[in-house]
Design a protein around this ligand. Structure first.
Ligand code: ZN
Ligand code: ZN
Length: 347
């Protein structure tokens, strides 16, 4: 089969690799659409723990083969990948905290992913979707679940106010979920005008460009002491520091942007957080019990009732064979984009 293989840091190849047969307890998915995640780009640009690796974890397709012990009823069903492969046996898995599993794998990061004609994965790692759902929308289920999970962690309630810092794909999914769940006011920041325009279309009430306005002052004008919930989706240190003055006393901050590990946070941040009794909450992936969690079923329900707009999230579509060129242009910041779909059939 053809696959997009990360051979080394900055080296991505579209090539022939041995075809996969599903082992016991596994199914094989014939890939119909995959989407490029920021983490795929990071693995390409910064390098990864293992080579060679077929990238991709935002993927949907049709189950065409099943391994020993798996019901033949799966064959022909449409499905999306659930990329986390927990052990289901450790202390954290038993509590339902699957993303804290002591011994997990991850499709497209620790084992072969979805940028291929086929992917083999455990039966528990597919979520069946209705045949009526477009595959490219189903490929975007995973990033939606991350946003939905952030709002669960932040205990978001209808009628609350929220600030979304960063309107990349997670930021845009956050705006959509805040709209769906009934936020009173949704404010979004980004330095890219295009992203802000899409955020407005997706339901943001106010968009702010921090390169043009003082975000803190604007939030004061809108919300006085700050928002109920602030969501960090940029991974930029000074944006992380900015979360506190935007959050009301006793409000919550949920962090999902991966920060550069060579930077530090001043202890004044903790002091200010304590004085305002603000909760700082970490987010890692998108899982809850029972596996994979309501984030996944909520997303499929919102796709089916039309409240989740995936079409506007997609800015580009390419054949899978074009992936090496696409990664090169994104890696050198030459392509302004939202979600990019890779389609194996046009290869
Ligand atoms: Zn992803
Ligand atoms: Zn575990």
């Amino acid at each position: 089969m053809k696959a997009v293989v990360l051979e080394n840091k900055g080296v991505l190849e579209y090539k022939e690799v041995p075809s996969l047969e599903p082992g016991a307890g596994h199914v094989r998915l014939k890939v119909k659409a995959s989407s490029i995640c920021g983490s795929d780009i990071k693995r390409y640009v910064d390098g990864h723990r293992m080579y060679p690796l077929i990238l991709g974890h935002e993927t949907a397709g049709i189950i065409d083969l099943v391994g020993e012990g798996v019901s033949k009823d799966y064959i022909g069903k449409h499905a999306a990948i659930i990329p986390l492969v927990p052990c289901f046996e450790c202390q954290q898995c038993k509590r339902g905290y699957y993303s804290a599993c002591h011994n997990y794998s991850f499709i497209g990061s620790r084992q072969s992913g979805g940028f291929a004609e086929f992917v083999s994965l455990p039966e528990k790692n597919v979520i069946i979707i209705p045949d009526s759902l477009f595959f490219e929308y189903a490929a975007l289920i995973e990033p939606s679940t991350v946003a939905r999970h952030m709002l669960s962690l932040g205990d978001f309630k209808k009628g609350e106010t929220a600030v979304v810092l960063g309107s990349g794909s997670i930021g845009l999914m956050l705006v959509q979920w805040l709209r769906i769940l009934g936020a009173k006011l949704i404010v979004v920041t980004d330095i890219l005008e295009d992203n802000l325009r899409i955020a407005s279309k997706m339901g943001a009430h106010v968009t702010l460009d921090p390169s043009k306005v003082d975000v803190e002052k604007e939030i004061q004008k809108l919300l006085g002491d700050g928002a109920d919930l602030v969501l960090e989706a940029t991974g930029v240190p000074h944006v992380l520091q900015q979360t506190l003055p935007l959050t009301r006393p006793r409000g919550k901050i949920v962090l999902a942007g991966n920060q550069p590990l060579d930077k530090n946070l001043p202890l004044t941040f903790i002091e200010n957080m304590m004085r305002r009794e603000i909760s700082l909450i970490g987010c890692f992936m998108s899982y809850s019990a029972p596996f994979p969690g309501h984030e996944w079923t909520d997303t499929i329900a919102a796709l089916l009732d039309g409240s989740l707009d995936m079409d506007t999230m997609i800015s580009h579509r390419y054949a899978l064979s074009k992936a090496p060129e696409v990664f090169k242009t994104i890696g050198t910041h030459q392509l302004v984009h939202q979600k990019i779909i890779l389609n194996p059939e046009e290869a």
